[in-house]
Design a protein around this ligand. Structure first.
Ligand code: PFF
Length: 449
């Protein structure tokens, strides 16, 4: 077994974990949910859910990870004393491993589309019409080629290790992402029609948020956005130095994630109304705003086309932004099985990254060949069901299985005055009672309600 990696600094961890959290979920998922679910009212619900439910689970993952100094499979076993919880811990860990690999398998396909559309803006500038058409027309070959490129990028970064790969690339890419998003927000705001988008975003429509389904989709979005329930945050927590105040670090990650989601809303929603102003259809037959793939691959590109010569440049920046967001998340996903393999066998990190990366790429290929059948199914099984359910298991482990005294000792590393903090007064009983109850009720209503 090789020596464990560690983030070289506090800020390095926050950027890497925020890089994991900030992804396609923020820039694509969040704005579309906001636009179709009551604008600022949804933002409010999302904020409340993130702090009341997702943040406590994020803390459970980070604290368990740092204490156990290992991947989720071994960590949940280590914090249990009796054989039955040990076994359940192990199984939950394996479940996380499978789920995160499946999430990566569809995420990489979508990220590949971003690369193809980004490249299309270049072929457009060069007047290569045939290439542009090929890049934006769905085909198995195109999907496979760009998925492979995306996997190679992810594998190369993960194979370099925690501080030299994940941290280094996250600290390079995340500032770029923030600059690109700000530049696009400013540019789009100057265009005709943007004002109407800002209005839709900022004026709360509370009539929409009484729908229980909305609460559930907001919760799912919050879990996905914070990369919870699959051992990603747990393994990142295991690379945090014992000198750090992990409660503050976790809160910083959640704040950056929310902040960037809100910023993405300031970009996408006004952009949709600019598109409307330019004659692009942004509503479907039912009168709702177009969301999902059609938004990113039809509405937004038609907006770029209607912009004239600057269009392809803006398109390039936009898809670059998407690809950056995706790769800082995908590296955190691949890290989960790679860390497990490295910690449980003699295999080198580089070999593990390639072997596992190619293995997951094969799953992506199966999905590409059977897209109509498998794509939505894999998304639903992993994000809608598994992530909240494993989140529930984690809250049970942190609240019922793990000894409170050991948790306090762990938290005192990096914050000796923890016992008298507000966090310690609330969090332990919170993950013990409130999180499991709410998660069970919500899960029950989505599945059987
Ligand atoms: N948080 C990422 C996003 O919002 O796009 C998705 C994600 C990353 C999910 C890492 C799960 C994970 F382990």
């Amino acid at each position: 077994m090789s020596a464990r990696g560690q983030f070289s600094s506090r800020i390095g961890f926050v950027i890497a974990a925020a890089g994991s959290a900030v992804g396609l979920g923020n820039i694509w998922g969040f704005p579309t949910q906001v636009a179709s679910n009551g604008g600022a009212a949804f933002v409010l619900v999302y904020l409340v859910l993130t702090f009341l439910l997702a943040y406590p689970i994020l803390m459970a993952e980070l604290i368990i990870g740092r204490h156990a100094q290992s991947n989720m499979v071994d960590a949940l076993q280590k914090i249990s004393i009796d054989p039955i919880p040990k076994l359940i811990g192990r199984l939950t860990g394996y479940w996380g491993l499978v789920v995160v690999s499946l999430i990566l398998s569809f995420y990489a396909i979508v990220a590949g589309w971003m690369l193809a559309y980004g490249l299309q803006s270049v072929t457009n500038m060069l007047g290569m019409t045939a290439a542009s058409t090929w890049l934006t027309t769905a085909s198995i070959l195109r999907d496979i080629i760009f998925c492979v490129i995306f996997f190679v990028m992810t594998i190369l970064i993960v194979s370099k290790g925690v501080s030299n790969g994940i941290e280094k690339w996250s600290t390079r890419l995340m500032p770029m992402l923030i600059v690109l998003i700000l530049a696009l927000i400013i540019y789009v705001s100057t265009l005709d029609g943007a004002g109407q988008g800002w209005e839709v975003y900022l004026v709360p429509d509370f009539s929409k948020i009484t729908d229980p389904n909305l609460l559930i989709s907001a919760l799912g979005q919050a879990f996905f956005s914070l990369s919870l329930g699959v051992g990603t945050m747990l393994i990142y927590g295991s690379y945090v130095s014992k000198k750090e105040n992990i409660v503050v670090l976790g809160a910083s990650v959640a704040l950056v994630d929310i902040g960037i989601a809100i910023m993405a809303g300031m970009l996408i929603i006004p952009a949709m109304y600019v598109a409307l102003n330019n004659g692009v259809t942004i509503f479907n037959e039912a009168g709702d705003l177009i969301a999902g793939p059609q938004l990113i691959f039809t509405v937004i590109p038609s907006l770029f086309e209607s912009m004239g010569t600057i269009g392809p440049f803006i398109a390039l920046v936009f898809f670059l932004l998407m690809a950056i967001a995706a790769v800082t998340s995908s590296i955190s996903m691949l890290e989960v099985p790679v860390a497990y393999a490295v910690e449980n066998s003699e295999v080198s990190r580089s070999k593990a990254s390639w072997l596992i990366g190619v293995g997951i790429l094969l799953i992506s290929t199966v999905i590409i060949f059977n897209q109509a059948l498998l794509f939505d199914l894999v998304v639903a099984i992993t994000t809608q069901y598994s992530q909240p359910l494993i989140g529930l298991m984690l809250s049970i482990f942190a609240g019922w299985v793990w000894h409170r005294h050991t948790i306090l000792e762990e938290l005192k590393d990096g914050c000796p005055e923890m016992e008298s903090s507000v966090f310690w007064k609330i969090w332990p009983s919170y993950v013990r009672y409130v999180c499991p109850i709410i998660l069970i009720v919500m899960f029950y209503t989505t599945t059987f309600g």
